[in-house]
Design a protein. Sequence first.
Lengths: 422, 220
Amino acid sequence: MKTREIWGVEINAVSLKALLFNPTMIMAYLLLAVGLYGIWEVFGERYFLLTANAFDAGLHPGSSEVAEAMKDAVFGAGGEVKREQPWTLYIVNYMYMIYSGSAIIFFVALSEIFNVKLIQKTAAGFITFGLAMVLGGLFTIAVDLNILHMHWMFLTPNVTAGMWLMLPLYLIYIPFVLFEIYLLITNKHDWAKKVAYGILLLSIVIDLIEYYIQAKLFNMNTARHLWTTYPMLTLYFIVSAFVAAIAIMILYSYFTYQHKEGIDFQKLISFLRKSSLYVIALLAIYEATAYLFIDKQWGAIILFGQFKLYFYAYLFLAVGLPFALEFNEHANKFWIIIGAISVILGTYLGRYVFVYGGNAFPMNDRFGMGFEKYGEYEQAKEFIFFSPHASEIMVVIGSLGVVLAAYKLLDTLFSVSKIREH
Amino acid sequence: MNYAMALDYQSCIDCKACEVACKEENGVQLGADKQRIWVTRYESSVFGQPFSAFHPSQCNHCVDAPCVSVCPTNASHFTPEGLVMVTQDQCILCKGCMEACPYDARFVDDKAVAVDKCTFCYDTRISQGETTTACQATCPTKVRLLGDLDDEKSELVQLLKKRKFFVLKEREGTVPKLFYIYPEKDEIFARNSIGEHTTIHTWESYKPILDKAVAKRREA
């Protein structure tokens, strides 16, 4: 393939057709189309929903639109964000994508420093995929926010707020990771190793701050006691992110390096399999002890209530099945791949149980007399159970398109998945 | 000034007049789960006798409000009068404040596409020089009393000096300013309507906590 060199970077001279209409990009477009339809639906409900307040009837007497909106306010579903369930699939996906993506970058930087040859050879591909996942997560959170007001992040910033603090961190982190990819694909391995220390340090700072801030926010929410009572929430986020990250690396390796020359695929998979076992064991230890500390009412609905199927499916898929499949040192790659897919699905389900389970009680126990209902207009419910809205699911599917498109564009242009000898 | 509110919750008859008045006064989005203030009902049985209590509530306008510190755009902020407010045009709907509020006092206003909460009728009444909120004015049993904690002669401070009271979730350290009047003359009602871990305060015991938190906030 012909290449052009700019600042030492070899750029593949591919046609626009090869760049934008290869099978992976077409798959990405399909996923993005589903995501865009989801955004259309979400924005329709968010910005164009008929809503009414008490002033409207006076300001627009006789308006049939106001009458319709008032009727919908009383008898309808109640707008985009339900008071009983403000945290939805967006936050599940955001946490999954960003945590797992940055965990991949962290793991690769660590391997670079410890001279793990197998990962050094494949580092650019892994890091690029990790970065693409971070972008997929940021896409989800961008859909969740009111983008029409985003400029206030810069006009009236509260720089001590956790969410604002993450902004400059990501503004440093993402270019830094891109710089590491640059060093890797230009074969500046000595520099890449030096920068890897920076990446590792930044990854530690970013991951810890990100995991800590998110854990702290969940922890503050005494209205949702499941989150408050989870012991060492930061640790849980780290461990589960690493479990997911290594499984994603296994699956990525299968699709990318299985038939590539210059790398012993079997050894790579075997190394990732061993790493996977360690973190799965850590997650198992956490889950085995965590429920001793969780609020008993909340624990009961997760372990024995309406969430039990999800919870046990999570444990089976993220811990039990992959551990059994990957424990054998001579495990067939087919079973390792099945184990990795199982972990990916299971850890996602784990995030789902965590977020949706936390929403499960209608209100908090402020008077110490048990969980309160919002009022007598509400139906009496012991706990509430929501399924994600179709448009949220579509946005999540769209985020997969973002990941695929971002990765494939970089790979087509810069061959990030090429095996590079150190 | 430091506005706060006392609630003689034993007098609440759950007529919902306050909820209606609030929606009417402040143009709150219609819908049962879109409320700035609400009354929750607690029911149980005491030695076979039915027991019920009503718990009226709203934003606690905490002195150390976690919703303000987590807001990335300063949309949630304090007014000089010690009220916690939301500038809806600045809200990016990150819902961090809803996550941080221990009282679940915030919700999303779908009309403004922003978070909404009780303002003690700041825009419609307090900033115009009035001294009552809509919920207080409409209450037939005089549950609520708004007042200035900095004014020792205010009706509110006088009441708090005279009666014991408690605040919600004190252990969260938010220093809330909704003071629930302890039903001293009805021990059975008190025992059955207040959580056993709740601290019952007097003005002397709560004032130092309040002063310390106010001083800390004003320094910041």
